[in-house]
Design a protein around this ligand. Structure first.
Ligand SMILES: Nc1ncnc2c1ncn2[C@@H]1O[C@H](COP(=O)(O)OP(=O)(O)OP(=O)(O)O)[C@@H](O)[C@H]1O
Ligand SMILES: [Mg+2]
Length: 266
C-alpha cells in the first residue's frame, strides 16, 4: 500500500486542503484511505471539526499514551479514516521533529497494513517533521501554488529529493499539483505553463485546483469540499480527476490498469 507525503517548502500553499480532499476522493473511488497529520499545528485537526480537535491523535501516540490504531478516527465514509495531530504540549513541540524521525516509521507501518493508501500531511519546510514523513513515504506529492516564486520553492524540493537520493533514499516526486489557479489571471496561468515547460511531462498533473472561495467555507466547516453541501460546488469534482491521475503515479494501479475499462457487471 503506497504511503504518500504531501510536502512543500512554503507555508499556506494548499497542502492540508489537498491531503484531505485527495484522501476523501480516493476513498470515494473505492480505496481504503488514511490521512495522517504530522503538523504540530494540526492542520487536519483544525479543518475537520471538533471531534478531531479532541482526538488524542499523533501527539498521544508519540507520548506512548495510546496505541496507534486507537487514535485513528473513523468518519461517515467507511473508506476514509483520519489520524489528527491532537494536542501537542510545549515540551513535546520542542522535539516533535526528532521524535517523529525516530518513531513515525513504526506508527505508519503499524497502521498501513489496514489501508490501501496512506497520505501524510506535513508542516511547511523540508526539514524536521516533513523530512521524517518523506523518509517514511514511498512517494512525494507537492502543491504548486500558482503564484510567482512558487517555482523557486519547487526547485528546493527537487534539490532535497536529489540529495536524499544521493544518500540512498529514493523518494520520487509523484506529482506537482497546480493549485489556487486563477484561470482568468495571466500571471497565475503563467506559473502553471512555466512548470509544464520546466519539469518532465510526468511530473505536473494535468488536473488542477482552481482558486475558489468555497475552500474557505470547507475549512470553516471542517470538511472535504465534497461535503460542504448536499449539492456540492462544481470545484469538488476536480479531486476525483486528481485522484484518478494519481492512482497510477503513486502505485495504486499500474499505468496499463489505469486505462482499462471498469466492468459494469461483476
Ligand atoms: N484552491 C484554493 N482556493 C482558495 N483557497 C484555498 C485553496 N486551497 C487552499 N485554500 C485556502 O488557503 C489556506 C491555506 O490552505 P492550506 O491550509 O491547505 O495550506 P497549507 O499548505 O496546508 O498551509 P500550512 O503550511 O500552514 O500547513 C486555507 O485557508 C485554505 O482554505
Ligand atoms: Mg497545512
Amino acid at each position: 500500500m503506497p504511503i504518500v507525503a504531501v510536502v512543500s517548502q512554503k507555508g499556506g500553499v494548499g497542502k492540508t486542503t489537498l491531503t484531505l480532499n485527495i484522501g476523501y476522493a480516493l476513498a470515494e473511488r473505492g480505496w481504503k484511505s488514511l490521512v495522517v497529520d504530522t503538523d504540530p499545528q494540526g492542520g487536519i485537526g483544525l479543518s475537520i471539526g471538533p471531534s478531531a480537535a479532541r482526538s488524542q491523535g499523533m501527539a498521544a501516540i508519540l507520548a506512548a499514551e495510546v496505541a496507534a490504531a486507537e487514535a485513528v478516527l473513523t468518519t461517515r465514509h467507511a473508506n476514509f479514516h483520519l489520524l489528527p495531530t491532537g494536542h501537542v504540549g510545549a515540551a513535546q513541540r520542542l522535539d516533535w521533529g526528532e521524535v517523529l524521525d525516530r518513531r513515525l516509521a513504526d506508527v505508519i507501518f503499524d497502521l498501513a497494513a489496514n489501508y490501501d493508501v496512506v497520505l501524510i500531511d506535513t508542516p511547511s519546510g523540508l526539514d524536521g517533521p516533513t523530512l521524517a514523513a518523506i523518509k517514511v513515504a514511498d512517494a512525494v506529492v507537492s502543491p504548486l501554488q500558482s503564484e510567482p516564486l512558487a517555482l523557486r520553492s519547487v526547485t528546493q524540493l527537487i534539490e532535497t529529493l536529489a540529495y536524499l537520493r544521493s544518500q540512498g533514499l529514493h523518494k520520487p516526486l509523484a506529482a506537482l499539483i497546480p493549485t489556487m489557479v486563477q484561470t482568468r489571471v495571466d500571471a497565475s496561468l503563467g506559473v502553471t505553463q512555466e512548470a509544464f515547460r520546466l519539469f518532465p511531462p510526468d511530473v505536473v498533473l494535468e488536473s488542477f485546483v482552481p482558486r475558489d472561495p468555497m475552500f474557505l467555507r470547507a475549512s470553516q466547516h471542517g470538511v472535504p469540499i465534497a461535503l460542504t453541501a448536499r449539492r456540492p460546488p462544481p470545484v469538488a469534482t476536480v479531486f476525483d480527476r486528481i485522484a484518478a491521475e494519481l492512482e497510477a503515479r503513486i502505485g495504486l494501479l499500474s499505468e496499463e490498469e489505469s486505462y482499462e475499462p471498469i466492468p459494469l457487471l461483476d
